[in-house]
Ligand binder design. Structure first.
Ligand SMILES: [Zn+2]
Length: 119
């Protein structure tokens, strides 16, 4: 069954997963993670679409992941979405590892990081 569960990553929509994550991590809309200025227009659209933006105020580069729990995570949006879902459901490390296609050590690491961030 776990082999079948590992297909979940391929079955879900990356854009939908990213949209969910962006809304959860940036509930007030996109802001520059460096100076806090609100993003608007094309920058807000690019930020929400996963693009890299350069702040008009501080001139620094960022994405929706910058300054969040998922900054520099080598996982795609689908894996991150599934990680959040499975961690919130208190699934086992073995299940998270299988579904998210992570090593058991990485699944353990992420489960703890997410649990700590959510408390
Ligand atoms: Zn800025």
């Amino acid at each position: 069954m776990r082999c079948a569960a590992s297909a979940a990553v391929d079955m879900i929509d990356a854009d939908g997963c990213r949209a969910f994550l962006v809304r959860r991590l940036h509930p007030g809309g996109g802001r520059c993670p460096h100076c806090g200025v609100s993003l608007d227009g094309r920058q807000a659209e690019s930020f929400a679409a996963g693009g890299r933006i350069r702040c008009n105020s501080c001139k620094r580069w960022s994405t929706w992941r910058t300054g969040t729990l998922f900054h520099r995570a080598a996982l795609d949006e689908r894996q991150l979405f599934l990680l959040l879902m499975l961690t919130s459901l208190h699934c086992s490390i073995d299940d998270i590892s299988a579904v998210c296609r992570l090593s058991p050590d990485d699944a353990y690491h992420w489960q703890h990081r997410i649990s700590e961030a959510c408390h």
